[in-house]
Design a protein around this ligand. Structure first.
Ligand code: F6P
Length: 537
């Protein structure tokens, strides 16, 4: 057996010998100290995970056997870690401080990154300060961001999380090809004062181009082709953006070594830089860079992204848990689960390894979630008493942005209490005693007690932010990016490609073409029936 196979076997054996999480605190007096840490302004507590000292040690052995440190070094060195596309994955270069020297496959990139960052900041400031005016000579008062997937989820999350720090300006998003979304995004805006930012790495994405055409038509209806001056684009294919009609000095680029779901640090966030101002955006970059520095240098056992990944892998592969939940107790982070769905599931939702062979282990769990406390009134029933154990990441932000401090205390009390409740549960004996005390008869107690019992022993990772400022937010997103990378290394996955999204796109194109031609190709009976029902006329 290889060292790696042995490490997996040891991890699984340790997980099988698992004990109740609560009892591990009694056995391991240093448990909290060993399993909690501070990194880049965040505090992370992994002590409510199911791993014992032995289980935790087994995950670290796995990380060593899988070569996490060497893989991390290759990532930062700009090696083509995205082997199927022969590309580096250098999103860290986008947030590095001035003067860094990142290289993608040996080619220096930092100077170009800084030049683009400066160009984005200059453009954003010009729009914000009214130096860049509309085609009708007015100040822009709204921005519509059009993009999908990585060209939407990141900027949308940034805006939702940080907009209390914005000084002015209306920013709206349209991603879906559902015509209702772009209609909503444009509704009520004045085209003569609206900037439209089209974001697409490839500039070929059906949804984005369709929405961009709608927005361009909306601008032209008001101003003729002069309305094209209100178009901006961010793309790794700038020629296509210019061919679409975007003025050349309003096309901002990024390179193919920036994966879509890792692109929010680039010009892809142009619309949020306009909304937030370059200073806030730079603080976000600095927070992410601080997490990069931590990830790059901290030993495995004190490394936040590594521990977050190992906790996931212990649950996923040691205990066979295929779903996980993420619950930020901060309304401003309510889009984090949606962002993580792409980050984790598009990166690591794969069944073959980087060399094409089948993987020995199950890979990414399905991830879902919503802001706390809202989620408590929706899916927490299942978390507490469902038949499956679903590990949860709980996030809490100590300081409220604004509003009633008493409400903030209630929010935080819920965060803390839910993690405790998931772990300790409520034993049946205690429920029975309570029901008996309330005078229920034995038959009623027999029926009710099991329903009111909480099994507990349900693991959480708890992440604390002091406040939700741009720096902590940047560190938080970078934390999850590196977690995803580490998991990919453990599973033997290329986390930076996404071949699994292609087939559906191709078949949708075929369906549309057949509808357009009025001719039907060979399909199974169900698909043929749906095409008949949903097709034109
Ligand atoms: O969903 C597939 C995908 O390729 C994502 O990886 C990407 O973020 C998204 O589509 C949008 O792609 P683009 O930025 O090229 O429009």
């Amino acid at each position: 057996m290889s060292e790696l196979a042995e490490a997996w076997a040891a991890l699984q054996a340790a997980a099988l010998r698992g004990r109740r999480i609560e009892s591990l605190f009694a056995d391991e007096p240093d448990r909290l100290a060993k399993l909690s840490l501070d990194a880049a302004g965040l505090h992370l507590d992994f002590s409510k995970q199911s791993w014992s000292r032995e289980g935790f040690g087994a995950t670290l052995d796995l990380a060593r056997a899988a070569g996490v440190e060497a893989a991390r070094d290759r990532l930062f060195a700009g090696d083509p870690v995205n082997a199927s596309e022969n590309r580096a994955a250098l999103h860290m270069a986008l947030r590095a401080p001035k003067g860094a020297d990142f290289r993608a496959a040996g080619i220096p990139v930092s100077a170009e990154v800084e030049a683009t960052r400066d160009a984005v900041a200059a453009f954003a400031n010009a729009v914000r300060d009214g130096l860049r005016l509309s085609a009708t000579g007015q100040r822009f008062n709204a921005v519509v961001h059009i993009g999908i997937g990585g060209s939407d989820l990141g900027p949308r999350l940034v805006w939702e999380a940080l907009k209390p720090l914005a000084t002015h300006r209306e920013l709206r998003f349209a991603a879906n090809v559902d015509p209702g979304e772009i209609a909503q995004a444009l509704a009520g805006l004045n085209p003569m004062r609206t900037l439209v930012v089209v974001v697409s790495k490839t500039f070929t994405t059906q949804e984005t181009l369709t929405n961009a055409e709608t927005a361009r038509a909306w601008l032209r209806a008001a101003m003729g082709t002069a309305g094209d001056a209100h178009l901006c684009a961010v793309s790794a294919a700038p020629d296509l953006a210019r061919a679409f009609g975007v003025p050349a000095d309003q096309v901002f680029g990024f390179r193919d070594w920036v994966g879509g779901r890792y692109s929010l640090w680039s010009a892809v966030s142009l619309s949020t830089v306009i909304g937030l101002g370059p200073q806030v955006f730079d603080a976000m970059l600095a927070g992410a860079a601080a997490m990069d520095a931590h990830f790059r240098s901290a030993p495995l056992e004190r490394n936040a992204p590594v521990l977050l990944a190992l906790a996931h892998v212990f649950n996923r592969n040691g205990l066979g848990r295929p779903i996980r939940a993420v619950v930020p107790y901060a309304q401003r982070l309510r889009l984090l689960p949606a962002f993580l769905q792409q980050l984790e599931m598009e990166s690591n939702g794969k069944r073959v390894g980087a060399c094409g062979g089948p993987l020995a282990q199950a890979t990414a769990a399905a991830v879902f979630g919503d802001a706390g406390t809202n989620g408590q009134h929706a899916f927490f029933q299942l978390l507490h008493q469902g038949t499956d154990v679903i590990p949860v990441d709980i996030l809490a932000v100590r300081e409220a942005t604004d509003g009633d401090p008493a409400a903030q205390a209630k929010l935080l009390a819920n965060a803390v209490a839910q993690a405790e409740a998931l772990m300790v549960g409520r034993p049946e004996a205690e429920v029975r005693a309570e029901l008996a005390g309330r005078g229920l008869d034995p038959a009623a107690i027999d029926a009710l007690a099991p329903q009111r019992t909480f099994p507990g022993d349900r693991p959480t990772s708890f992440l604390c932010l002091e406040r939700l400022d741009a720096m902590s937010f940047g560190a938080l997103v970078a934390l999850y990016e590196h977690k995803t990378f580490v998991e990919g290394v453990l599973w033997g996955i290329n986390s930076f490609d996404q071949w699994g999204v292609e087939l559906g796109k191709t078949l949708a194109g075929r369906v549309l073409a057949e509808w357009g031609a009025g001719a039907r190709g060979p399909h199974d009976p169900s698909t043929a029936d749906l095409m008949r029902r949903l097709g034109p006329g």
